[in-house]
Design a protein around this ligand. Structure first.
Ligand code: BG6
Ligand code: MG
Length: 210
C-alpha cells in the first residue's frame, strides 16, 4: 500500500456532532422527528441527500425545490456557526502524530470527504498542510457510496486505487471504498461494519498495518 485516504467528519475531527446539532435545529423548527440513529444514516451522505432522509418523517405539505434549498442553506449556516468555534485543539494529538508518522514512513496522504466545508474545517484546525491532496464535496457529482470522491483522491495523489487504504466512520464510506477497489478501514460507527477489511478502535492503530 502506498497511500491513505481519510474521511474528515467523524474520523479526523468530530464535526459529526455539529452536523447533528445543525440538522436537529432545522428538524425541530419543522416539527420533524430526528434522533441520533437517523443521524447515523447521514454519515458520508451529501447535504441534499441528508435532507431527503430527514424529510422521510415530514408530514406537512409538499416542499418546493426553493424551500429545500432554503432549508439546506439554513442548516449550513448553523453548521458554519458551530464550526467557527473550532481551533487546532479540536484535533486529537494521536491524529496529528499518526498523520505525521505515516508521512515519515513514506505514505502519501489525502482527504476524501463529501463535505463542501472540508477546506474551511482543515484551515480552522490547522491541518491543510497535513495532506498531499484534497478531494471533497466541491469536486464530485456523486456522493458515497459512489466511489468518485476516493477515485479522485487517488488520481490527485497519482496512485492506483488498489494501493490505497481508506479510513472511514460511515457505512456508506466503507461501501464507497470497496466500490473504488480500495482497502477499507472502519473506525467509530464503521468499526462495527463487517464489510470493512480492517476495524480499528483508535486512530493510532493504523500504524499497526504499515
Ligand atoms: C460528510 C458528512 O462528510 O459531509 C455528512 O459525513 C455531510 O454528514 C456531508 O452531509 C456534506 O457536508 P457539507 O459540509 O457539505 O454540508
Ligand atoms: Mg465521516
Amino acid at each position: 500500500m502506498k497511500a491513505f485516504i481519510f474521511d474528515l467528519d467523524g474520523v479526523i475531527v468530530f464535526t459529526d456532532k455539529f452536523h447533528y446539532q445543525a440538522w436537529k435545529k432545522m428538524a425541530d423548527e419543522m416539527g420533524i422527528y430526528f434522533d441520533e440513529t437517523i443521524n447515523n444514516r447521514l454519515r458520508g451522505v451529501s447535504r441534499a441527500e441528508s435532507l431527503e432522509i430527514i424529510l422521510e418523517r415530514y408530514e406537512g405539505p409538499a416542499l418546493s425545490q426553493e424551500k429545500k434549498a432554503e432549508l439546506m442553506e439554513s442548516k449550513n449556516h448553523t453548521y458554519r456557526e458551530l464550526l467557527a468555534s473550532m481551533t487546532p485543539a479540536d484535533v486529537a494529538d494521536e491524529v496529528r502524530e499518526t498523520l505525521a508518522e505515516l508521512h515519515k514512513r513514506g505514505y502519501k496522504l489525502a482527504l476524501g470527504s463529501s463535505s463542501k466545508n472540508a477546506k474551511f474545517i482543515l484551515e480552522k484546525v490547522d491541518l491543510l498542510d497535513a495532506f498531499d491532496a484534497i478531494s471533497d464535496g466541491t469536486n464530485i457529482t456523486k456522493s458515497k457510496p459512489d466511489p468518485e470522491v476516493f477515485l479522485k483522491a487517488a488520481e490527485f495523489l497519482g496512485e492506483k486505487p488498489e494501493d490505497c487504504f481508506v479510513v472511514e466512520d460511515a457505512y456508506a464510506g466503507i461501501d464507497a471504498a470497496k466500490n473504488a477497489g480500495m482497502q477499507a478501514v472502519g473506525i467509530g460507527d464503521a468499526a462495527g461494519y463487517e464489510k470493512a477489511d480492517k476495524r480499528i478502535q483508535s486512530f493510532r492503530d493504523l500504524l499497526n498495518y504499515v
